[in-house]
Structures are given as C-alpha cells and as structure tokens.
Design a protein around this ligand. Structure first.
Ligand code: NAD
Length: 517
C-alpha cells in the first residue's frame, strides 16, 4: 500500500468491502465466474496500484447470463413489496459501509472524499425511494367501450437489465438502475467502467451478502468486468431486453444502434455541455459559488459540470473578476485530504485531452483568464492533477461545442434580452443540464417555458450539477433522452400490458364490428 493509502485507511476499507490484497487477483462476477485477463486498477490520487482484477471472459459471461436468466424466473414471482424489503436491507448495508465505500470511490476515481461519501448517500437515498416505490408500481384502469367489460393496464418485470456505467460515478449510477430494476422484479448484469472495477466489486459484494442472507439466487445481481468488448457482448445479447448505458455520446451512438438492430430498448445517459445564464438581475455571490462548484467539482468530470457561463455584457467584467478571484482560492491536491477542493483527473489520457482543449481554445481565438497547468512533484505523483482554467470564448468555437471532461470553464458574453442568452445556451448538440441566475421572475419563467431551455434539467438560482434523486434524471439531444432515478423513471424497467376482461355472456367486438356465425 502507498503512503497515502495507508494514511487514509484504504487497506482497511478494501478489507471491509471484501476486496482481496494486491496481486492475489480479485475475482468478479457471481461466485468466481472470472477467468479472463488481469486488469490493474491504479489510483489517480497517487498513481499506486490498488489491486488486480480477474476480468470476465466470454465463457464466463455465458455462465453469468445463464445464472441471471434462471434467477429472473424466481425473482419475478416475489411480490414487489417483498423485493422492496431486499432493497431496504441493501440500503441498510450501504449505511454500514458508507465510510469504506466512500473512501474507495475517492481513492479509485479521484473525487473528493466528501463527494465520495455523497455518492454513497445517493445510493442510500435511491434505495429508500425504491422501497416506497415497491408499493406503488401502479397501472391505470379505463372504461371499455363494450358492456360488461373491464379494461386496465399493468406493469410486469422486464427480465435481465444490462447496466453499463461510466468511471465518474462509479457506484451511484449503478444503484439508480439496480434499486429500481430490483423492486420492478428484474435482475441486473452490471459492467462498470474498466477504470473503476474495484468500486463495482465492492458494491456487488454488499448486495450479494443481502441476497445470501435472504436465501435468494445470487444471479439476481451479477457483475462482469472488462473493457468495451464486455459491453458489446451485452448490447448484442437478445436475452437482455433493456440496456441502460451511461457514458460518452460516442459510446451511446454505438450502443443505441446495436440495441436497436435487435429491437431491444436502451436507456441512454450521455455527455453534457451545460451552461449557466447570468442575467443583469443575478445575485453575483450565489452565481460565483454555483459556477465555481459546477465547473471544478469532481475536477470537471461530472456529466452535469458547468462548462459554459453565458453572462450579460453589463455585468460581464464584474462576474469575470469575481470568478478569477475565487479560482485563486482553490486548493488542488489529494482528494482524501478534506482541505483540498479539487482532486486529480482520472488518467493521463484525460490530462492530454485537457491540454489539447486549452491549446485549441487559444488557437480558435480564446483568451485565457485563468491559466491551466499540470502539477508535478511529490504531492502530485500520479501526474493527473490539473489547474482549473477559465477561458473567454465564443459559443461557435468547435472546442466550446465539445464536452471536454476536465475543469475548463468558457465565459461567453451576451447582449440584449435573455432570449439571446437562451439561444446561445441551446445552440449545442448536447441537452443535459442548464441553469439561469436571476431574480427577475419574467426571465426565470421564460427560461423554464417551452421557448426556454431545451435540456432535461433546467434550474433557477442553482448551478447545473448536483441533482436530487427524487426527480427524473437525464437529458435531450445527444445526451440520449434517457431518464433514470426518481419520478416515473421506473416504467422503463417494466413491460406494460393492457388487459380486457369480458364478464358478460356475449362476445361483442370492438369498433361495433359484427361477426355472427
Ligand atoms: P465511456 O463512454 O468511455 O465509457 C462508459 C462505459 O461504456 C464503460 O463501461 C465502457 O467500457 C463502455 N463502453 C465503451 N464503448 C462501448 C461499446 N462500444 N459498447 C458497449 N460498451 C461500451 O465514458 P467514460 O469516460 O467512462 O465517462 C465519461 C462520459 O460519461 C462523459 O461523456 C459523461 O458526460 C458521461 N456521463 C453521463 C452521465 C449522464 O447521466 N448523462 C453520467 C455520468 C457520465
């Protein structure tokens, strides 16, 4: 174990979460169905090897799918409130493991410890939500046009739900899907990001314990590890009626086409290019806090990170100066140390993309307001620590139109009315999260109206990141159109059936058709 890992109790956390020591090979899947290649998990915090994982082979995958398919036959027959009880127990276990799992999230992914704990809290919250939901999976009744007939619709479990997740929310995104899918009576096969396999193993161990204690088949929740080729096995697999995929738009386009080709369903949660509009009526103090947290939180590696600030020209200089001053206060370093605000990027590839994006922004005519930099030296051994940057830019720059998964904030100026700002905000291919900072009711309501933001999430006087689980989460356009988590997002995990019952003694046909024999 590295010095940092020892200092912050990572070894103890791994042991608590059932993850074996380095070099022994940590098996994955359900009960040792792992015989694939070795995947090494390095921490972006200090560059140290945390553990080696035996990934899932194609043959292992087949065994996993057979176990999941068999488990579904049992699990779908358990009454929904009883399935809710399983999810309640899972939530309890998460409470007991919050500290250990939060630390692992921080160490393996690189987000701040507080955000690591926050991610586990989100898992607990979605479990609570799902428990209540397990008694509310209701359909509708409607009046039949025929006498002595009753008509209604009901929801049944769908089957095996395939979950493909991204590195940046290595535990919460899975739980958003799994908690809902389980109360709906589905079973889950999860492929976490190859960049955060240990977080996947830890979650799987916790849920497997609950299933074991309740004498339920372990195939109800399965984990497979490996790179995109594992994801491809899932997307091509006709035994998986629903693929929920979270990640880049590039990946989503491939997944969507593959799943559609076999007429399966996909739930896509893809990239964002989120903006905050700052009008002349904005509270500047609130704006600065919202924008800085949105842009540098998780080192700019949230799908909802603030990437663009669209500021009215009358207050532009004032807001820009306040932001530049706030950026000077940021402390960048070990995310397990709660004195730091910003941790590392996930890997060297992400650092290169950050560097290239800054170069590109300048080449396109951008003006740097806060310099970017890559930190070096003893405290930044992984080489993944970068300085959050601010660039004055135009929305039309190619680089501004892209999602760069790093702490780069583009300042864009608008003039005239808020309609002009909304037009800029909507003029990107992504449509995840958006916000307006204003105390002007007309501006706020216009932003939320049909003529306003075209995103899945639109906030007033709140930044773009940090959604609550109670609402449906997701975005439009190239963000993929999926909805997860709260509200009625559960419906995607079930199949809908319309039932008509004739309790009379004749057989009238619909639409008045006569068919007399
Ligand atoms: P990524 O697209 O590189 O990988 C995501 C997952 O997809 C991984 O598990 C990967 O193995 C798998 N994958 C890649 N290619 C695949 C293919 N052809 N078939 C099947 N699976 C495949 O994304 P990342 O770098 O891990 O995550 C960052 C991205 O995720 C950003 O774009 C971010 O905005 C997005 N994201 C979106 C949301 C959301 O809710 N909208 C949430 C988190 C992250």
């Amino acid at each position: 174990m590295s010095t940092i890992a020892t200092q912050f109790g990572i070894k103890e956390a791994l042991t608590q979460l059932g993850i074996q020591e380095i070099n022994e090979g940590t098996s994955t899947g359900i009960n040792n169905f792992s015989s694939g290649e070795i995947l090494e998990s390095f921490s972006p915090v200090d560059g140290a090897l945390i553990a080696k994982v035996t990934t899932t082979s194609a043959a292992d995958y087949e065994k996993v799918m057979q176990a999941a398919t068999e488990a579904f036959k049992v699990f779908r027959l358990i009454p929904a409130p009883k399935r809710g009880e399983i999810v309640r127990q899972f939530g309890e276990k998460l409470r007991q493991n919050k500290e250990a799992l939060g630390k692992l999230v921080s160490y393996e992914m690189g987000k701040s410890l507080q955000e690591g704990y926050g991610e586990v809290q989100e898992m607990i919250d979605i479990c609570d939500f799902a428990v209540g939901l397990s008694r509310q999976l209701h359909g509708l009744t409607m009046h039949s046009e025929r006498p002595n007939h009753r008509m209604y619709e009901q929801y049944h479990p769908l089957g095996v739900v395939g979950i493909i997740s991204a590195f940046n929310f290595p535990v919460a995104v899975w739980s958003w899907n799994a908690a809902l899918a389980l109360v709906c009576g589905d079973v889950c096969v999860w492929k976490p990001s190859e960049k955060t396999p240990l977080c996947g193993i830890a979650c799987q161990n916790i849920l497997a314990q609950v299933l074991q204690e309740n004498k339920l088949p372990e195939g109800i929740s399965c984990l497979i590890t490996g790179d995109y080729t594992m994801g491809e096995l899932m997307t091509n697999d006709g035994r998986i009626p629903l693929i929920s995929a979270t990640g880049s738009t590039r990946m989503g386009k491939i997944v969507a086409q593959t799943v559609a080709a076999r007429l399966g369903k996909s739930l896509l949660e893809l990239g964002g290019n989120n903006a905050i509009i700052v009008t002349p009526d904005a509270d500047i103090k609130m704006t600065v806090i919202g924008a800085v947290f949105g842009a540098v939180g998780t080192a700019g590696q949230r799908c909802t990170s603030t990437r663009r600030l669209i500021i009215h020209e009358n207050i532009y200089d004032k807001v820009a100066a306040a932001l530049v001053a706030a950026y000077q206060q940021l402390r960048i370093g070990n995310p397990l140390d709660e004195n730091n605000h910003v941790g590392p990027l996930i890997d060297a590839d992400a650092v290169e993309k950050y560097n290239k994006a800054l170069e590109r922004a300048v080449a396109e005519g951008g003006k740097i307001l806060v310099n970017g930099d890559v930190f070096s030296g003893e405290d930044y051994e992984s080489g993944c620590y970068v300085k959050p940057a601010i660039v004055e830019a135009e929305n039309s720059f190619e680089i501004v139109q892209c999602e760069t998964f790093a702490p780069i904030l583009y300042l864009l100026k608008y003039s005239g009315t808020v309609e002009n700002a909304i037009a800029i905000q909507n003029n990107v291919v992504q449509g995840l999260s958006s916000a307006i900072m204003t105390n002007n009711l007309r501006e706020a309501e216009l932003f939320l109206s049909t003529a306003g933001s075209d995103c899945g999430i639109a906030n007033v006087n709140i930044g773009t990141s940090g959604a609550e689980i109670g609402g449906a989460f997701g975005g439009e356009k190239e963000t993929g159109g999926g909805r997860e988590s709260g509200s009625d997002a559960w419906k995607v995990y079930m199949r809908r059936q319309t039932n008509t019952i004739n309790y009379g003694s004749t057989l009238p046909l619909a639409q008045g058709i006569k068919f007399d024999l």
